[in-house]
Unconditional design. Structure first.
Length: 283
């Protein structure tokens, strides 16, 4: 019995420590799972938008092409996140510190007494177990960080390519809209030239005099695109609202890359890409 008691004590010590040390590893796994979920949600949203665009029959080939690139890059990000999670789960399952079963809380606790002659030996074994467990945990966390770092550079590149495609979508949409507006203006111009003589009808002189009078009273039109009449140079140049609740996987990756970047020039460039991407998504 005197040999059974120390063994049981060491078992409960080991399992208890394993449960406490797994918290950090578990949190890394949960973060990786959430990233994969966000990747899939972003992919599904873009795929739905692209399908609607194609079925409308009104989208230009350039717009469709940019959407396809956008979807492809986000799909590659999703696949990379899935591979990263699988590698992290394998590392977790292979770690000795995560293979010990936790004690059943329903079992009554027993007060074991260690014989004096065994106390020193049990203490020495306990120290060795703690050191081994800490070493295993450290190795596991380092392995998880290594896995994430290996995907980091690739993910950042894919995010920037996806953001560039999103920018192309916005520009292609604006170009299509400008062409449509140009055609409408041309038609209106033709109609206006036909009624040019009518503009000189009686009353036109009165309207002209009225305009002169308004100018004398100091009534001025505000510059286009500046409703408040203030110079655009007064606009805030600080970062946008720090809320990240609406960040999709591309925005999140760009933001995290900007936060971690140490080079000030590249850091500013990443922040700008993040801001432009979120602005393009809102429009």
């Amino acid at each position: 019995m005197q040999y059974i008691a120390p063994a049981l004590i060491l078992f409960f010590t080991l399992t208890g420590m394993a449960g406490a040390s797994q918290e950090s590893a578990q949190s890394k796994l949960e973060a990786a799972r959430e990233t994969l979920r966000l990747s899939q949600a972003t992919y599904d949203r873009i795929a739905g938008d692209l399908e609607q665009l194609k079925s409308s029959g009104k989208a230009s080939p350039e717009l469709i092409r940019n959407y396809e690139i956008y979807l492809q890059r986000v799909g590659e990000m999703r696949d990379e996140n899935r591979r990263m999670l699988e590698r992290m789960e394998k590392a977790y399952e292979a770690s000795p510190s995560t293979q010990k079963p936790a004690p059943d809380p329903s079992e009554p606790k027993r007060d074991f007494k260690i014989p004096e002659e065994e106390a020193d030996r049990v203490a020495a074994l306990d120290r060795r177990l703690k050191e081994s467990l800490a070493s295993f945990d450290e190795m596991l966390l380092k392995e998880m960080d290594k896995i994430r770092a290996a995907s980091g550079e690739k993910m950042r590149g894919l995010a920037r390519e996806a953001a560039a495609a999103a920018k192309g979508i916005k520009e292609a949409g604006e170009s299509s809209s400008e062409k449509s507006d140009s055609g409408d203006e041309k038609q209106q111009g033709e109609k206006g030239s036909q009624g040019e003589d009518a503009a000189q009808a009686p009353g036109a002189s009165k309207d002209k005099d009225s305009g002169v009078q308004e100018a004398k009273t100091g009534t001025q039109a505000r510059p286009s695109g500046s409703p408040s009449g203030k110079d655009d140079s007064t606009r805030l140049t600080s970062r946008p609202d720090s809320s990240t609740q609406d960040d999709d996987i591309v925005a999140r990756q760009l933001r995290e890359a900007a936060e971690k970047e140490t080079d000030p020039v590249l850091k500013e460039k990443l922040w700008k890409e993040y801001e432009e991407y979120k602005k393009n998504r809102r429009q």
